[in-house]
Ligand binder design. Structure first.
Ligand code: NDP
Length: 339
C-alpha cells in the first residue's frame, strides 16, 4: 500500500458550532489529511472508542483550538503513509493509539509523540474492536488507582457511575487489590453489573441516600477514596462520604463541572483532593510503555474484563452520544469506521 491510495475526501463526524448533540454532523466529503512534515503518519482507522470527553469539547466545557472539530480520542487502524523521518512505524503496521480526530476514516498523527501499541498483523476484527476501544478508559482506571490514589487492601472505595466505561474498570482493579468497593449507579441493572465485577456494596443513587448508606457500610468512618466522575451533582456527597484523611479523586464532569469552593472545605477532615487527567500520568514514553503493557497483560490474562457493549456506525455517532450522555449505556461504546 502507498500514500497514493489515500482518497482526497473522507467520512468524518464533527461539529462546527458548540451545543447539544444536535450539533454533531456526519460529513462525507471532508478533506483527507496529507503528510506535511517528516514525522507525520497517516492512519486508516478501523474502530474508534467513544468517550464522554467529546461532550465537553462540543459544549465548550473544554476549549477546542478551531472548528470544524473532528471528534475522537482513540482508535485502531493501519498505517497508510509515513513521513521521511519516521522510523518506529511502517506502512501496513496495525496499531492502537490515542490521538484527537479519530472519528474519521483517516487521522494524521506525529510519530514524535504518538501514544501507540503495535498490534499483530494477524489481528482480526474482534481484536481491532477491542484495542481501538480499550486504552483511554483502561489507562484512566489503571493510572488512577495507582497514582491519583494508591488503592490498598481493606480500603473502602466509593466508585460513582460504577457500570460505566471507566467506573467498571475501577471497580475491578480496586476489588482485585482487596478493597471493599461501594458501587454507586442509577439503576439496579447497572448495580448488578458492578456486583458481577467485584463490588461488595451496591448503592442506587436514584432511590438511596448515598451519604447515609456509606455511613452505615463504613460504620461511620467514611471511605478512603471517592472516585467521582459525575462532578457537579455529587461533589457534596463525595466530600461527606470521605473518612478523615480521605482522598477525593474528582475526574469528570458527567453532570457538569464542580462549582468553585473555598479550599478550607477540605480542612475539617484533612481531605486530599486530586483532579487528575490521564495524560498527566502517561506523558513520558516510559510511563506510556509501562502502563500500556500492564493494561494489555491484565486484559489478555482475563484478570481485567473488558468488552465493547455496543458498536455504532460512524454515521450514528450522534445516537451514541445521546445514549451515553442520557445515562442509557453501560460499559464501552465504539464506532465502526467505514472502509
Ligand atoms: P460513563 O460510561 O461513565 O457514562 C457516564 C455515566 O455517568 C452515566 O452512565 C451515569 O451513570 C453517570 N452520570 C451521573 N450523572 C450524570 C448526568 N447528569 N449526565 C450523564 N451521566 C451521568 O462514561 P465514560 O466512562 O466515558 O467517562 C466517565 C467519566 O470519566 C466522564 O466524566 C469522563 O469525562 C471521565 N474521564 C476522565 C478522564 C480523565 O483523564 N480525567 C479520562 C476518561 C474519562 P449512572 O446512571 O449510573 O449514574
Amino acid at each position: 500500500m502507498s500514500a497514493q491510495t489515500i482518497p482526497k475526501t473522507q467520512k468524518v463526524s464533527l461539529f462546527n458550532e458548540q451545543g447539544d448533540t444536535s450539533k454533531i454532523q456526519y460529513v462525507e466529503d471532508f478533506s483527507t489529511p496529507q503528510i506535511s512534515s517528516p514525522t507525520d503518519v497517516i492512519v486508516k482507522n478501523y474502530y474508534a472508542g467513544v468517550n464522554f470527553i467529546e461532550a465537553y469539547f462540543r459544549k465548550g466545557i473544554y476549549p477546542v483550538s478551531s472548528t470544524p472539530y473532528v471528534f475522537g480520542r482513540e482508535a485502531s487502524g493501519a498505517v497508510v503513509a509515513v513521513g521521511s523521518d519516521v522510523k518506529e512505524l511502517s506502512i501496513g503496521d496495525k496499531i492502537a493509539y490515542l490521538s484527537p480526530n479519530t472519528f474519521a476514516q483517516y487521522t494524521k498523527v506525529s510519530a514524535s509523540n504518538l501514544k501507540f501499541v503495535k498490534l499483530p498483523s494477524s489481528s482480526n476484527d474482534e481484536d481491532l474492536k477491542i484495542y481501538g476501544s480499550l486504552f483511554l478508559q483502561g489507562l484512566t482506571a489503571l493510572t488512577f488507582v495507582n497514582e491519583a490514589y494508591n488503592v490498598k487492601s481493606d480500603d473502602f472505595v466509593l466508585v460513582w457511575a460504577a457500570a460505566g466505561g471507566v467506573g467498571r474498570l475501577i471497580v475491578q482493579l480496586a476489588a482485585q487489590r482487596g478493597a471493599h468497593v461501594i458501587a454507586v449507579a442509577s439503576t439496579d441493572e447497572k448495580l448488578q453489573i458492578a456486583k458481577s465485577l467485584g463490588a461488595e456494596y451496591l448503592v442506587n443513587s436514584s432511590s438511596d441516600d448515598v451519604a447515609k448508606r456509606v455511613e452505615e457500610i463504613t460504620k461511620g468512618k467514611g471511605v478512603a477514596v471517592s472516585f467521582d466522575s459525575v462532578g457537579k451533582d455529587t461533589f457534596e456527597t463525595s466530600l461527606s462520604a470521605l473518612a478523615r484523611k480521605g482522598h477525593f479523586v474528582s475526574y469528570g464532569n458527567s453532570s457538569g463541572t464542580v462549582t468553585p469552593f473555598p479550599l478550607s472545605r477540605l480542612s475539617p477532615k484533612n481531605i486530599q483532593l486530586a483532579r487528575p487527567q490521564l495524560f498527566g500520568y502517561i506523558t513520558e514514553k516510559q510511563e506510556w510503555d509501562h502502563y500500556a503493557e500492564e493494561l494489555k497483560k491484565l486484559y489478555q490474562s482475563g484478570e481485567l474484563k473488558f468488552e465493547v457493549s455496543k458498536v455504532y456506525e460512524l454515521k450514528d455517532y450522534q445516537q451514541a452520544a445521546e445514549d451515553l450522555e442520557g445515562r442509557k449505556t453501560t460499559g464501552k461504546l465504539t464506532l465502526k469506521i467505514p472502509e
